[in-house]
Every structure is written in structure tokens, then in C-alpha cells.
Design a binder for this molecule. Sequence first.
Ligand code: HEC
Length: 185
Amino acid sequence: MVVRAEGAETEGMTIYRGTLEQLAAILFVGAAAFALFVAYRYWRRGAWRRTAVAAAALAALAAATLAAAYTVAPNLPAAPLWTRFAANPVPPAAEHVSAGRTAFQTKCAVCHGPRGRGDGPAALTMVPRPLDLTVHVPLHGDGEIFWFISEGIGGTQMPAWKNDLTETERWQLVRYLRELAAGRP
Ligand code: HEC
């Protein structure tokens, strides 16, 4: 995703710190559940050792995930995990795409540029610069794009739009951004 120095962009999906943190949290909860189970079995004088090994393995995996999060994973804003599974409720009809186009040209083009290339007039002095949306939109799911538009991107000048645009308007923008990225601005 976002805020990388120009020229330092890598292709394909990258996993960011925030995503790994969320994964680690899930694994820790799993380890804790196993640990409770171990305690229960121990208390009932059952066979607890193998469950304890499973709990320890999960905890180790969680720790490794967290370690990766704070070492190799880039620390860039990441949309929450669940947003990857959200589908666009707005159909890909021409009216929605065109509503998205109008909203983009009036609210977004000043920074992102009329074709999403990151060359709007307000972008010239911006740090970090808006990236090329035709490159970056395809790297994300619809729900993630919706989340970036709704919540903004911390550490950049990308504003949160959830109070300015209705949910439908934001999903229409997502529809339009897909068209834009496919070379149909
Ligand atoms: C004040 C300038 C500004 C305005 C206005 C603005 N953006 Fe942004 N936007 C940014 C910056 C800076 C970033 C962070 C760098 C990046 O990711 O491109 C960003 C990031 C994004 C991203 C994440 C792209 C990615 O995958 O990295 C999306 C999507 C986006 N903007 C959509 C919009 C939409 C839609 C609008 C209009 C409703 C809008 N922006 C208005 C500055 C702006």
C-alpha cells in the first residue's frame, strides 16, 4: 500500500505490521484458550501434556508473528483484516460509476490528479505524495479501499471522508476507482 518513497514500490501484496499484529492477537487468544484447557485437564487429572504442547506451539507462533511484525514488516497503515472480505454492495452499473467519477473529480482530484496519477495541484508539495492509484488500487480489496476512504490514512494528508460522503457515495467511489485502475477514467 501507501507512503513508500517514489521508486521503492514493490509489486504484489505486502503484509504490513498492523495485519501481523492482528494475526498475532488471534493466535495469542488461541494459545490462551488452549492453556485454560490444559489447566482444566490437569485439575481433572486428565492427560494434559499434549494439550500443553499445542498451547506452547501456538504461543510460539504468536510470538514469531509479532516479532515479524516489528522487524521485517513495513510499518504502514493497514486496513483491519476483516475489510478484505467486505464486498461492494453497489452494483457495477454505469450510474454508480459516473456518480463516483463526479465525486472523484470534485473531491479527490485536487490531490490525486484527474486520472489518479498522484499529480493533482495540491500534491506537488505533499509529503508523502499521493501514489499512483492505477498501480495501488489493484493491490487492495474493495473493502480495504472503502476503509481508506472512510477513515483516511494516518501519517498522510489523506482525509477521512465518512462524515462528508454517505456510505453509498464511498462505495460508488470504489466502483469508479476500479474503472480508473482498469484504464477507463
Ligand atoms: C488533501 C489531499 C487528498 C485528498 C483531497 C484525497 N486524498 Fe486520497 N490520499 C492522499 C494521500 C497523501 C494518500 C497517501 C498516499 C497514497 O496511498 O497514495 C492518499 C491515499 C489514498 C488511497 C490509498 C491508496 C493506496 O492504495 O495506497 C485511496 C484509495 C485514496 N487516497 C482515495 C481518495 C479518494 C476517493 C478521495 C476523495 C474522496 C481522496 N483520496 C482525497 C491525499 C488525498
